[in-house]
Design a protein around this ligand. Structure first.
Ligand code: DGT
Ligand code: CA
Ligand code: CA
Ligand code: ZN
Length: 575
């Protein structure tokens, strides 16, 4: 058994005994023993095996710990630990990690109020039951509530869109700081990951303490976690962490490259550097021979120094970017300005907030040349989904409105038609046939087995009038996993039947994900990026879809709605 493993067992013993408010000397004995063993540069196992040696002569390890260590090394287990783990429920350990609570109080709460989960704990606070408990009081109750929020928020990754809002607000605040000469966001936010764990800001400043002071005056700041000479970490709002690092001008590119990550990408760049007799880190690229700096000021220089073309941050996940960069095959990634239409949006005929004309005006303002109105079909009763009659009435209205927008905007007759639980479409074929654009999607029966969901999707793909599958996996980021579905078969069928796949740009959906998008591209399936807007402002989520598409490596050509409608229409096989 490794020393580290033995030390970890003693550490856990100490923690659990602490939960039980055991004798502090006993707790400390375990802690000291854990540290002694962790820091020991010889193997405890071999010392025990050597008759001439005495483990208990090592400071920190007394007679009791010697016996425990022997048991542990010979059997791989410590019965006392197993027993303690059974006695102390998980929720107590979770509660004890909440700032402002701690072990003793956690145990007391669990025992006296029968708290079984963190949501029980929150409820107890809200019902004022904790304030009434002996030894707690109103202040402690409030501290627990605050601590709960921090513990929960710190565990959650926020949507990229929320990270973006925060980054823009902090960026604006920092622009008013006169000592800052350069500033850039790095990390997962820059890579456009669908969720962001924390934000990473890099700056070049004439006076670092002043720049840090300025960050600390950010109005939403709730606390400073740590502050050193080059790095400061703060909490913003409920608990979100923002790191800011100050670097030298001639290291800026190297730092930006390093702190953009991903870690897997960085490990790969280090390997390439080494193969070229170079060393790469957050300070620059250096010659292994004489340590001279070869690059560092810009990212382009840094990549060039190790024989690579600059790689867009969205691609830096150590997937295919290195081979593409080496072979000069990096895709020219899609940009917002390439988009000319939006083929998924709702009006107040169903669950949207705006009228048909308001949506059309909003689309014109956003320089789109065509939109499809795709309200829900009847199965979605909660949204007052359209039956064939109401749908045809909407299309009549579109016929009238169309003339008003001639030469400015093409309004397509569309529908987001549900794929029913037993399979089949929610509206008859003769109705779907009259549409310009038919989205098929699943909103019910999402927990069905994989085969059944796959069959439903295949059925929709085979329907002659369906144009595109909307939000193909049904996932909601942080809230609902994708349904079980054989995406391989779905994509094959989409390809075979000449249909399209949607990338739903809603920041909570971003469905398809980056990996599926890369697969669609490989198979030559055109992807349509759509807002799924339920209001005029909802059209603006398009840019989150663009980010996701870039992570999937999509170029302009890979995306259907970068083409005029007349051209896009020919990509869809209908009838
Ligand atoms: P996040 O914050 O969880 O959404 O993801 P990142 O990628 O922003 O991760 P973060 O904030 O921990 O660090 C930012 C970047 O810094 C990361 O992508 C790569 C780089 N980095 C940080 N720590 C290490 C490390 O120990 N080794 C290497 N190679 N790179 C690191
Ligand atoms: Ca980060
Ligand atoms: Ca970070
Ligand atoms: Zn929709």
């Amino acid at each position: 058994m490794e020393n580290a493993a033995i030390a970890a067992v003693f550490e856990e013993m100490a923690e659990l005994l602490e939960f039980r408010s055991e004798n502090p000397f006993r707790i400390r004995a375990y802690r000291n023993g854990a540290k002694a063993i962790r820091d020991l540069d010889e193997s405890v196992t071999s010392i025990l095996a050597d008759d001439t040696r005495d483990l208990s002569s090592i400071p920190g390890i007394g007679k009791t710990l010697l016996d425990k260590t022997k048991t542990l090394v010979s059997s791989g287990q410590l019965p006392q630990l197993l027993k303690l783990r059974q006695e102390i429920p998980d929720v107590v350990i979770q509660m004890a990690r909440i700032p402002g609570l701690g072990a003793k109080k956690a145990i007391k709460l669990q025992q006296e109020l029968q708290i079984d989960s963190l949501s029980d704990l929150r409820a107890a606070c809200q019902q004022d039951r904790i304030a009434k408990l002996k030894g707690f009081g109103g202040k402690t109750q409030q501290a627990i509530l605050d601590g709960l929020a921090i513990a929960e928020a710190a565990a959650e990754r926020i949507y990229w869109s929320q990270g973006d809002q925060l980054a823009k607000a902090i960026g604006q605040h920092m622009e008013n700081c006169p000592v800052i000469r350069k500033m850039a966001w790095a990390g997962s936010y820059r890579r456009g990951r669908e969720t962001v764990g924390d934000l990473d800001l890099l700056i070049v400043a004439e006076d670092r303490p002043t720049a840090m002071d300025h960050l600390e005056t950010y109005p939403e700041l709730s606390s400073t976690i740590l502050r050193g000479e080059t790095k400061i970490s703060i909490r913003v709002g409920k608990a979100f962490q923002v790191d800011m690092r100050a670097v030298d001008d001639n290291q800026f590119g190297a730092a930006l490259q390093y702190f953009t990550g991903s870690q897997a990408h960085n490990i790969h760049t280090r390997r390439i550097a080494k193969e070229n007799g170079l060393k790469i880190n957050e300070y620059g690229v250096f010659s292994l021979e004489d340590n001279a700096q070869v690059a560092g000021e810009t990212e382009e220089d840094v990549y060039a120094a190790i024989g690579l073309r600059w790689i867009a941050p969205e691609l830096r996940e150590d997937r295919h970017e290195f081979e593409w960069s080496r072979e000069d095959k990096l895709p020219q990634l899609i940009e917002q300005k390439d988009i000319c239409g939006d083929l998924h949006m709702h009006t107040n005929a169903t669950d949207g907030a705006a009228t048909l004309r308001e949506m059309a005006d909003a689309a014109v303002t956003r320089n789109l040349s065509y939109i499809a109105i795709t309200d829900h079909s009847q199965r979605v009763s909660m949204a007052r989904g359209l039956d064939a009659e109401r749908l045809r009435a909407q299309w009549n209205m579109i016929d009238q409105v169309r003339t008003e927008y001639e030469g400015r905007l093409t309004i397509l007759k569309g529908i987001e038609c549900d794929i029913l639980e037993p399979g089949g479409m929610d509206l008859p074929d003769d109705c779907l046939e009259e549409a310009d654009w038919v989205l098929a999607s699943i909103h019910y029966g999402q927990k069905q087995p994989r085969d059944q969901i796959t069959e439903r999707l295949l059925g929709a793909i085979e329907n002659p009038w369906v144009s595109c599958i909307a939000h193909p996996t049904g996932r909601l980021i942080n809230r609902r996993p994708p349904y079980e579905v054989d995406m391989e078969s779905v994509m094959q069928a989409v390809k075979q039947h000449g249909k399209l796949l949607e990338l739903n740009a809603n920041p909570a959906r971003l469905d398809l994900n980056d990996v599926h998008l890369a697969a669609a591209k490989r198979l030559g399936i055109p992807v349509v990026i759509s807002s799924d807007a339920h209001s005029t402002d909802g059209l603006d989520v398009m840019r989150y879809g663009i980010k996701q598409a870039r992570r999937g490596g999509l170029s302009r050509e890979d995306v259907g709605n970068t083409r005029p409608w007349e051209e896009l229409k020919t990509l869809v096989q209908r009838g």
